[in-house]
Design a protein around this ligand. Structure first.
Ligand code: UDP
Length: 328
């Protein structure tokens, strides 16, 4: 039985990866420090014989007994609100955290896949974004802690590959959505659906002309698995090229939720990328992968999930208290 370590396992993507690998017959070792992750996302897996949970911060020394075949590094805050609240942890998990994973991989002879991001392209000057584009990132802006950590993460991963011969895979993940997104992390989809469910107006930042391209989580996980199983060590964009403006997206959510609320406009956050769309030619050619779930289908499933939350969860607009964690 193959053994896989998944960091950030109680988060949105991590928890879907746990489900996927267990269903495929792997032994899953799930790790999370629960700063932004939530045990609720993986509690259904706790009784599984081949599921273990380590409550541990991957930025600290990582010890995993036994053999390991694969390491998936998915621990990281992943929304602009989180980076602002916990900037130091964001930098540490993308640097010290991956360093620990790569050291562990070397010791165990494991293959590593890292969750990189379209944020490495910053506010892109090339559209759609191909993997050969180097990006337009402001290192000292509010997103810098995330963007630069992820860029460093790619650099150290490539260095372990070329210098130590560790088998590595780099996924550049574009905006992804689905059940288990955190309602209050500030991301646009949970923000809009949460507002619709609470009977609030939908807050579009800027004039809403900025674009994003949203990938349903099941498609993303399949792409990640194919990348892990490939022999390709260069970065690969994984995302859905179906691009939409945020203003149009708000209208879609209004229709989906049947809300009578309207759109209100707020200031555009600093360094908010104006357009984002993955060029997935590489994923198509090398992995034989492309997304299958339309936004209409994916949004319906996601809306059902948010509707199933309790009103306490729906109205809990405050973040968990990060104060006790937010020490460098
Ligand atoms: N956004 C918005 N209203 C919100 C939250 C976000 O208009 O309540 C915008 C945000 O400014 C950005 C887009 O939606 O242009 C996507 O934001 P998100 O934080 O989900 O992801 P990212 O900017 O990292 O792609």
């Amino acid at each position: 039985m193959k053994r896989v370590l998944i960091t950030g396992a109680a988060g949105f993507l991590g928890s879907h990866l746990c489900d996927y690998f267990l269903a495929k017959g792997y032994h899953v070792i799930a790790m999370d420090n629960l700063i932004t992750g939530d045990l609720k996302n993986i509690e259904h897996l706790m009784p599984e014989e081949h599921f273990e949970f380590y409550h541990h911060d991957v930025s600290k020394y990582v010890h995993v007994p036994g053999e390991l075949d694969y390491i998936l590094h998915f621990a990281s805050p992943a929304s602009p609100i989180d980076y602002l609240k916990i900037p130091i942890q964001t930098l540490k998990v993308g640097s010290l955290g991956i360093h620990n994973c790569l050291g562990l991989a070397r010791q165990k002879g494991a293959r590593v896949l890292i969750a990189s991001t379209s944020e490495v392209y910053g506010d892109p000057m090339v559209h759609p974004q191909t993997e050969s584009y180097w990006g337009n990132v402001n290192p000292v802006g509010p997103r810098g802690v995330y963007d630069e950590a992820k860029r460093f993460q790619e650099a150290i991963t490539m260095a372990y590959h070329t210098f130590h011969g560790v088998e590595t895979r780099i996924a550049r993940i574009f905006n992804t959505y689905g059940p288990r997104m955190r309602l209050n992390d500030g991301r646009v989809l949970p923000a809009f659906i949460g507002q619709a469910l609470r009977g609030e107006d939908l807050t579009v930042f800027g004039d809403g002309s900025q674009t994003r391209s949203f990938c349903y989580v099941a498609d993303l996980v399949e792409g990640l698995y194919r990348l892990l199983m490939s022999d390709y060590a260069e970065p690969v964009n994984i995302g859905n090229p179906d691009e939409i403006t945020i203003a149009e997206f708000a209208e879609e959510i209004i229709k989906l939720t049947n809300t009578t609320q309207k759109v209100v406009y707020r200031d555009l956050p600093v360094d908010d990328p104006k357009q984002r769309q993955p060029d997935i030619t590489r994923a198509r050619e090398i992995l034989g992968w492309e997304p299958k779930v339309s936004r209409a289908e994916g949004l319906k499933i996601t809306y059902e999930y948010f509707k199933s939350l309790t009103s306490e969860e729906l109205y809990k607009s405050e973040h968990k208290s990060f104060d006790k964690y937010n020490k460098a």
